[in-house]
Design a protein around this ligand. Structure first.
Ligand code: KG4
Ligand code: ZN
Length: 351
């Protein structure tokens, strides 16, 4: 009998106590939630270490996870004030991400769940980003529009139920976060790119007319044209020896990149007659985007559900939140579940 089958007849609680574990990139995170309430969220980041290399080095990330995982889980349980024996399940990211990094969290979660004799739940990282909004507003219920803007995905989805999403539009090339990271590199900003562009943009004006974002049919995005425009602008100025403001480039890029997200999400909500836009992913931590999305929603009589910034970037509370969805569906994992580097949006990875 597989491990998941042990829990086929589990009496599932209304508000279970879940431990979430996340180790897909450079944050080792653990969190405890009860129902849709966050009891603790611990993030031990190796970002400062990674910054020395200008980006995430997989082996450096794996080693940092190995050093930090026990500590992160212990602190999450302590801060929640819950003994491990009272946990109802362990939810862990199994993909997408860096394989070695994922394996640290996944192996830990397997042994932890097995030792306690409780279900293991395998969570798709990007579903976790989408589920951060369920904790931001515990009363939120589908249907709603989800605006997803992360380092690997950019999409507008019609969320019919917690397990059924229609992708209304997605990026045709770079994701929004990736565009931020690449633009940051052109501007000579250190890793991580997104927050550093935002910081520099505060000192500038969005006065450079970068080309309007791709306007294809539907709600698709394309960021490669904008990225090329930023590169060309800077190189042109440098070749001619003309001075230019890096802060203005950052502000203009930010406005173009984030404006497209606001525009598409609001249009999708209007088309579907949805009153709510729930947002998730690292780029949603961007202050300009948050302000303008909230303002556009107010103007259109819509409600924006924006997770706090620390729950937009990688954290384990969002993994526990998606874990709750899977717990309610009785979707438990076997101990043979493997880590998965790539999981296409809307599909299940190999388990
Ligand atoms: O959602 P995330 O963890 O990526 C994936 O899971 O794929 O977010 C990471 C991305 C990075 O590209 C980072 O530059 C971007 O989110 N990001 C931001 C900000 N904070 C993080 N982009 C713009 N403004 C920010 N404040
Ligand atoms: Zn992420």
């Amino acid at each position: 009998m597989g491990y998941a089958a042990r829990f086929a007849h589990l009496r599932r609680k209304e508000r279970p106590l879940l431990l979430g574990i996340e180790s897909s990139c450079d944050e080792t995170a653990a969190a405890v939630i009860r129902g849709r309430e966050i009891l603790s969220s611990v993030i031990l980041s190796s970002a400062a270490e990674q910054a020395k290399y200008g980006g995430v080095v997989p082996e450096v990330a794996s080693r940092a996870h190995t050093d930090a995982i026990s500590e992160a889980v212990r602190r999450a349980l302590d801060e929640a004030g819950t003994p491990r024996e009272s946990l109802d399940a362990v939810a862990v990211t199994y993909g997408a991400g860096l394989l070695g990094a994922l394996l640290v969290g996944l192996s830990f979660a397997k042994s932890f769940a097995w030792a306690l004799g409780i279900p293991l739940i395998a969570v798709d990282h990007i579903r976790g980003h989408m589920a951060a909004a369920y904790l931001a507003d515990p009363a939120l219920e589908p249907p709603f529009i989800t605006l997803l803007a992360s380092g690997g995905h950019t999409a507008v989805l019609y969320t019919k139920s917690y397990t059924d999403f229609e992708i209304m539009g997605s990026t045709r090339d770079d994701a929004a976060g990736e565009a931020f990271d690449k633009a940051a590199r052109v501007l000579g900003l250190p890793y991580p790119g997104g927050p550093n562009i935002e910081k520099l943009a505060r000192e500038g004006e969005p006065n450079i007319p970068f080309p309007k974002m791709f306007r294809g049919a539907g709600y698709d995005f394309s960021y490669s044209g904008l990225k090329t425009a930023v590169i060309n602008y800077c190189h042109n100025k440098e070749q001619k020896g003309e001075p230019y403001s890096r802060a203005d480039v950052a502000a203009s890029f930010q406005q173009a990149a984030c404006g497209a997200l606001v525009e598409r999400a609001v249009a999708a909500a209007k088309e579907r007659g949805c009153g709510v836009i729930a947002a998730g992913g690292g780029v949603i931590a961007n202050g300009w985007l948050r302000e303008h999305l909230a303002a556009a929603c107010r103007k259109e009589g819509l409600r924006a559900v924006l997770p706090e910034k620390k729950f937009c970037t990688d954290n384990a509370a969002m993994i526990a939140s998606e874990g709750l969805v899977q717990y309610r569906a009785g979707n438990f994992a076997d101990l043979s579940v493997n880590a998965c580097a790539h999981i296409p949006l809307g599909k299940k990875g190999k388990q």
